[in-house]
Write a protein that binds this ligand. Sequence first.
Ligand code: ZN
Length: 427
Amino acid sequence: MSDRDAEFEDWIGRARRAPVREYLQRKGLWTQRMMGDRGTACPACGGDDRFAINTRKNLWNCRKSGMGGGALAFEAHLRGLDALRGQDFLDAAEAVTGEAAPTRSQEPWDERQARLKREAERLAQRQTEITRAEASAAQAQRQFRERERTRAWKLWRDEGREWRYSDGERYLGLRRCEAGDDAALRFHPVMPFWHDGEILFRGPAMLAAITGPDADEQGRLRFSGLHVTWLDLDNPPKYRRVIAHPATGEILPAKKVRGSQKGGSILLVRARDEHGAPCAPCMIVAGEGIETTLAAWNALRATTPAALEGVEFRAFVNLGNFAGKARETLRHPTESRTDTLGRVRAAKYPGPEPMWPDDIAPVPIPPSCTDLVWLMDADGDQVRSDADVARGAARYSLHYPWLTVRVARPEEGCDFAQMRQSQGEAA
Ligand SMILES: [Zn+2]
């Protein structure tokens, strides 16, 4: 091989291995949304969610055009070509490497400059269009979320009724997790249950206000959504309504959230000082569900009421609000699953290390609070829940460096709510 050939091979190699992300950044086409699960507009052919990048594999993919690959393939897509041949290939490799092909220097300097300028202008134009499209999509999403939030707020404020002496209070009594006067709970006697855009039925429901992560100037958390539990007081042991889909018979969850739950929580017990006056919390005890969290409060109130001074209780609505996203998924040591082709694979689970930085806001923890206690639901798989808890503890310590995060483990195989209930039944 001549020096010239070797130089050419090297150049081609650089083009083929070029990192897609850096290449897009260099062209001014990069957006953070390209990394997300949802996808975003394709810089070459538009749309709003067809394009995504896997930086680990150094590959991009455009679902609409069916194209994908490395930086060279992207350059082809950008030029509207299905494949790169001859001069097109050399042009593309020059664009990707930012170096002229070693084999050709025939193109007159001024022609080449004019060509590169046109190319740059076209790309700048494209970038402007993408930015505009993303901004308007984000705006539409914000408006949609705000409408949902307003609807949820109206259900809470206008249709929700006083909690005391309602079937909602009776429900928590049956579950042996009574709520105090502070709890952000209300009751709806005929709450509609929506599914796929239609109302399947209306029935009694417990409403809970989800607040945060946004707060006003005084630090009061903003209403963000409504947590709904449909009740059936004749259906022990959970006393929730069994909802079967009328067409498929599938059992649907008796809990729903309207509005947003990301970074939100439900206030169940306000912190109080030694005189019983509301105060800034020094500790927050949190669980995923309302019942679990209230059961812990009831248990502590019965045994060690003095220990509750300055302690606030909150339900974090879902595990994700505590545990967040994982940096990586791991192979489960014992579980397996069968994929669509019938192959048995090791199951994956979110590992103990948090994704950092992450894009889910944590539940706001005030500076007065130095301790966060997470009430663990131990009714799931031990490997997964250990990883979730470790991840949540690490995540909150990263967000709030002054915070000590601890985990309260219930007896193996049942959650706090069930534990409290069985204590009551045994007595
Ligand atoms: Zn495309």
